[in-house]
Each structure stands twice: as C-alpha cells, then as structure tokens.
Design a binder for this molecule. Structure first.
Ligand code: CO
Length: 303
C-alpha cells in the first residue's frame, strides 16, 4: 500500500515536471496564437480631416520610428466624426478598439498605446480603459501599457512652455504678446491650462494661455492684454495639429474668431498656422512618454 502511494506521487511529479513548462508558456497570451509578432506601438490621436494638418502626425511617426526601429507602428483616431469623414474620402482609419483587435489577430503579444492627447482628460481615460480590456481577454495580449499625454508632469509643462514660445516668429518684439489657443475641456484636467499659464508667465511675461472650451477663456486673456496695453499679438495653436479649431476659431474671418475679437479690441494680430506636433522637439515629449510605456511592458503584471 505504502509503496503504491509512493509510486503514484513519483508519477505525478514526473508528469508535472513535463507539463509545467508548457503550462507556464500558456499562462499568458493564450493557446492558439501561431506566431508572436512581438511588441507593437499604437499611436492614438483625436484625428484631423485636414490633409495639411496631418503632416504633424508624420513628424510624430518619424520620431517614434527613429526611437523604436524594431517595433511596428499603427494609428488610431478617437473621433468617430473624423473617421467617418475620412472614410468617405477613401481613407480608412481605425478606432482604438478596431486597431487593437487587428493587432491581436495578427499575433502581437505586447502593445504600447501612446496617447497623443495634450491632457489626461476624458479621451485619454477612455483610451486607457479600452486598451487595458484587451489585456484581460482570453487570447488577448500578454500586456498592454498606455503612455501619458503631452502634459503629464510639472517638468512636461516647463519643457513644452519653452518649446512653444519658440514657435513665435523671430522678429517678435518683447512687448508683443504671444497668445496660445488650447482646446479646453469640461474634464477636471482643464486646470492644466492654468498651470501652463504659470509656466509661460515665468518664462515670458507677455505669453498667455487661453482655451476655446475651458479656462482660461479668451476674455481672461483680453483682460491681461488690456492691462498691459498690448498693441500686437501672435496667435499660436496650443494643439497638436493646425486643424479646424485653428483655421476657424483662432484665425478664421468670422466675428467670433480670436483674430477678429482681438482686432476689434484694437490689436494687430499675426496667426501662426502650425500644429505643435509639427515641432520635432515637442513630438519628442510624447516619444519620451512612449519610452515609459515600453519600459512598463517589460515588467511583470498586467498593467
Ligand atoms: Co474640439
């Protein structure tokens, strides 16, 4: 009897010894995946339907590919409206969920999702939630990590403030104002623009932060300009691309555009039609955040 039990234990141990490596190989990543394509990168932006504005994305892609030459780079647009508009023009762009599903099917085991948003706002949170769900699926990715948006630390704000100020034309006089137009959001992360104002002011007392939909408002900026008796202002997008908001809300001919409002106040304005992502050094801030996400992919655990 005793001898019989010992045999059984020995057989069990032997069986486990053979199956254990196979079990651990299956523990992450599923059983049916044929070839592991390794690590992929998914760049996520709101998107733009303006072709000239898309060159900002080319700059980012170039910098990302230079930093991670081994990894495949894909794109996803979060804006349903822009995806639909582009599809009508024959340009197919994926949502985050579609892009990740495709990458899963193709056999990537790990994906770094880089948010090309400015703030950790509602779009970023959606990207984060949806991306991580793909790591929870049976046969899903082994691991997914999400890189932070552009302005995710005090150091980011200082770095971006300095680079953004360089977008003003060289012939600007120090008393000329530089007015940045950000998007703004109802999400609590809107306070980032107030923080941005602090960093800009520290570097240049005639630099101002305003937003289309949040705070500070254009009226806040106008009050500052009035107080200083400013005669001329450079209008610069605080957005990744010079898209619809820039061409219409900032520099458009309508009476409500920032250009028109400031000119009605008696200022001379010069609009800079350039997205911030077109500045390679600004694109590199996102690349650095992607580097952090790639690093987190190397560790253990699902997040
Ligand atoms: Co908008």
């Amino acid at each position: 009897m005793k001898r019989h039990i010992q045999w059984t234990i020995w057989l069990l141990a032997a069986a486990l010894a053979f199956t254990a490596p196979a079990l651990s190989a299956h523990a992450h990543g599923g059983h049916t995946r044929a070839a592991d394509k390794g690590t992929g990168i998914l760049l996520v932006t709101f998107g733009t339907s303006i072709p000239e504005a898309q060159k900002a994305f080319e700059v980012i892609e170039e910098r990302v590919k230079a930093a991670f030459p081994e990894a495949d780079v894909r794109w996803a647009y979060t804006s349903h409206v822009i995806r639909k508009k582009l599809a009508k023009e024959g340009q197919e762009l994926d949502s985050v969920a579609t892009a990740l599903a495709e990458m899963m099917e193709e056999g990537y085991s790990r994906v770094a999702v880089q948010s090309l948003h400015f703030l950790p706002g509602s779009e970023f949170h959606d990207v984060q939630i949806n991306s991580h769900k793909f790591a929870e699926m049976e046969d899903g990715f082994e691991k997914v990590s999400v890189g932070y948006p552009l302005l995710s630390s005090s150091a980011d704000l200082a770095r971006v403030a300095e680079l953004a100020l360089k977008m003003a034309p060289k012939d600007r006089e120090p008393e000329d104002a530089v007015v940045f137009m950000g998007h703004g959001t109802h999400h609590p992360s809107d306070v980032t623009y107030d923080a941005m104002m602090y960093h800009l002011q520290k570097m240049d007392p005639n630099a101002f932060m305003g937003t289309v939909e949040g705070h500070p408002t254009l009226d806040d900026v106008r009050a500052e300009l009035r107080e200083r008796g400013t005669k001329k202002a450079y209008l610069i997008p605080f957005m990744s691309v010079a898209g619809d908001h820039v061409r219409n809300d900032m520099a458009g001919p309508e009476a409500e555009s920032w250009k028109s409002v400031l000119e009605a106040d008696g200022l001379e304005t010069v609009s800079v039609l350039k997205g911030m992502a077109e500045v390679p050094e600004i694109a590199d801030v996102w690349v650095d955040h992607l580097r952090g996400a790639m690093k987190r992919l190397e560790g253990h655990g699902h997040h």
